[in-house]
Design a protein around this ligand. Sequence first.
Ligand SMILES: [Zn+2]
Ligand SMILES: [Zn+2]
Length: 394
Amino acid sequence: MQFTSYGGVNEYGRSCFLIEISGRRILVDCGISKSAETVRERYPDFSEADVQRIDAVFITHSHEDHTLALPYAVSLGLNAPVFASAETIAQTRAYFQLWEKTAALERLLIPYHKEAEEQIDFRPIDMAAAGEWTLLFDEIEYIAGANGHAPGSLWYLFYDRASEESVFFSGDYTMSSAVFPFDWPPATSVDFAVLDGANGVCRSKQADCIADVLSQLDEHVPHNGVLFHVPLAGKSQDWLYLLLSFCKQRDLRMEAEPFLMQELEKLMHEDLFKSGIFRDFSKFLNVQAGIMESGETEPKITLLTDFTLLNGAVRTQGKEAMLTTGPVSPVLKRYVEEENMPLIKLPYHVHPTLTESTALYRHLQPTSFICTHAPKETTEQLEAALRRAAFSSL
Ligand SMILES: [Zn+2]
Ligand SMILES: [Zn+2]
């Protein structure tokens, strides 16, 4: 078995990993680094020859740093099926649209023709069969499970019956989402694990992160209102849920971007949430969605994404604060600068804390492993902490 990183090791962004197992080449994720200065640093470091020899691609979730280099790979000659959940495929298409608009605004070069997006050979993974071994080719099987990060986001475990080797990809994951479940992989020790290390050895608790955000809202919303910025997928569903609960308790007004409401309606039919989540809100949601069109002027929380900022569809009173639990997209950065608006940045975990990393590490008992998705120092700290955890569990 051989592991190669084309991006995403010792850096935050452009996650793109190759595993060679029994002569087959499987690529996991194919993302870009949005904040990179040059095309070379933005896209994965693979050549035409590397891409053309790939047998299958697996995408963990729709975020830009895991998907936006797919059309580039196709333009270099990628000729392989791209497996992902149906939700990930649909959201990835929305992220392609958003990136096209962002790149135009920021005058960034897109190194492929738009047709390449249509030429990606997406194959939706049958979620009814998730949790069961599926034959990929030859003697290689895989199993997938929900990893709590975003709607339809998955971890993957590959197993080669011939060599009896196994490799686990966590994808970006959290066990602390307010709305998305985390499925544990089978408790078998794996040969190699590729783990999300974005939060390093962070120990702060999700409940404290949420309390900090809500106290900022208590301070700002009743007087001036707050624009609450979220990505298209993941944190947006968490915060939609948390903010609806908050507004219901405080009798505050809230509106959400139509894109988010349409997504939510779709997702509620897909059985992707923890059980019972959003159930109590069905009536409340209709009422709140109606406010979008009514031009209310009372202070409120407005949940929005880059789509609304790009369309210029934000109705402000000119006194609101912008709040985000990150990341700060180029579009958001430009907007708050132009509007001279205060930007409140607070954490909310969609990557594992040290406790969660340790729990997953002990569960998998990998013979060897690598942490990804973070700068070198953060990565080394986490890897050292996990090695210590392995000994302390003996
Ligand atoms: Zn992500
Ligand atoms: Zn990521």
